[in-house]
Design a protein around this ligand. Structure first.
Ligand code: PMP
Length: 437
């Protein structure tokens, strides 16, 4: 019989580390990664046939739960009409209209044009190229602990797998390219002002996660995103809001929408989307002001392209997902996240484990320290060794958490009350395992 161990051994013989993306390797929690054969609703099934309640949700895309019948039907229907044409399709236009339409609060639009790509990495890479093309400047500001994909300029002090594996950045990135990225502490206004003062006329853009979710959840201080837009503009630079993870997940108009609904009134120059926008298929996008997006070829001098960009199956999944993601879906995800995060808080408290929970909308994460986490330095300053026993106790109980303390937990609209109760029931024993670690 195939086990997760035999599947991993076989994979390691042909795939580096047995994985096609490093965070899947259980690098920081140890043990054998699950080899998944199918998923449905809130559950995934491994090669042995065991089911787990899943809080990874494909790292975000599965907002509706896995294999939602209407999304699957839309993809099957698209597949029957052809897998890829290398030409424009009506579906691409429909998806762009849907996204532009959703990115409005009180009649104020966040974006005017949208270009589809296949991964979040391409989206942020292209957004930066547009910003450089528009401003004629080279330097980019990013924040420590934020992850924007794996392009050369964006891996320094990055979150996600770079944080999980404790790496400073990546080998293979030329120093000249890394030197064009200024890495600043998150939520630090003085550092942003000092960077602009130190590099007058050289900074093209600030790129920021709308709310940080790749070094655990890093909540932006109230007004921080608005401050970034204002400061960038005061110095002739642009603000790129990375909503690859938060977009269409924390609310119908992403984190931007949550802030606007709470009374803010700021507009980023460019927004990047990924994950939920493709409903589990490879799809991502760059949106923004018309004058900026129309710098892209064929209209303008900034080049970007993709053989599979706007792939019809991915577009079909994205349209079906966004059409289904109504207010009731977000209420359900919010309620499930609130129930699980407060039970987590309670269980760790009862077990006497120092902890703090960071929450940005329906995204949350735990850090094993007793003071709030505001930036990457805080996130690293915790008893991270308590997470592996906690993680494995949950897995033993049939709940699959993200295999790193530096990742957010993802609930879906398919996590119904019974599923949430099962997660909650598993927490006290896992908290006990964390306490005795
Ligand atoms: N930006 C953010 C905020 C992300 O969370 C991610 C992926 N986790 C990316 C960009 C990169 O997306 P992809 O993995 O699709 O390249």
């Amino acid at each position: 019989m195939t086990t997760n161990e035999t599947a991993a051994t076989r994979a390691r013989a042909v795939i580096p580390g047995g994985v096609n993306s490093p965070v899947r390797a259980f690098g920081s929690v140890g043990g054998t990664p699950l080899s998944i054969v199918s998923a449905s609703g809130p559950r995934v099934r491994d090669v042995t046939g065991r089911d787990y309640i899943d809080l990874v949700a494909s790292w975000g895309p599965a907002l509706l739960g896995h294999a939602h019948p209407e999304v699957v039907a839309a993809v099957q229907d698209a597949a029957a009409r052809g897998l890829s044409f290398g030409a424009s399709t009506p579906g691409e236009t429909e998806l762009a209209e849907l996204v532009i339409d959703r990115l409005q609060v009180d009649g104020r639009a966040a974006i005017e044009r949208l270009r589809l790509v296949s991964t979040g990495t391409e989206a942020t890479m292209t957004a930066i190229r547009i910003a450089r093309g528009a401003t004629g400047r080279d330097v980019i500001i990013k924040f420590a602990g934020h992850y924007h994909g794996h392009s050369d300029g964006l891996l320094a002090e990055s979150g996600s797998g770079i944080a999980t594996l404790g790496l400073p950045g990546s080998a293979g990135v030329p120093a000249e390219i890394a030197g064009l990225t200024l890495v600043l502490p998150y939520n630090d206004r003085a550092a942003v002002e000092a960077a602009f003062a130190a590099h007058p006329g050289r900074i093209a853009a600030i790129i920021t996660e709308a709310a940080g979710a790749n070094a655990g959840v890093l909540v932006p201080d109230p007004g921080f995103n608005a401050f970034l837009v204002d400061t960038a503009h005061a110095h002739g630079a642009l603000l790129i809001l990375d909503e690859v993870l938060t977009g269409f997940r924390v609310g119908p108009a992403g984190w931007w929408g949550l802030e606007q609904r709470a009374g803010a009134a700021w507009t980023p120059d460019l927004i990047t989307f990924g994950k939920v926008i493709g409903g589990g298929m490879p799809l991502a996008a760059i949106g923004g002001r018309r004058d900026l997006l129309e710098l892209l070829a064929p209209l303008g001098p900034v080049y970007q392209a993709g053989t599979l960009s706007g792939n019809p199956l991915a577009v079909a999944a994205g349209i079906a997902t966004l059409r289904l993601a109504d207010d009731a879906v977000y209420r359900r995800v919010d309620a499930a996240a609130a129930a699980v995060s407060s039970a987590l808080d309670e269980a760790l408290g009862a077990a006497g484990v120092a902890h703090t929970i960071s929450r940005a909308g329906s995204l949350f994460s735990v850090a094993f320290r007793d003071t709030p986490v505001r930036d990457y330095a805080d996130a690293k300053d915790q008893d991270a060794w308590r997470y592996p026993p906690f993680f494995h106790a949950m897995l033993e109980a049939g709940v699959s958490l993200p295999p790193s303390v530096f990742e957010a937990w993802f609930l879906t609209a398919a996590h119904d009350d019974e599923t949430v109760e099962r997660i909650i029931a598993a927490l006290p024993a896992a908290a006990g395992a964390a306490a005795s670690a």
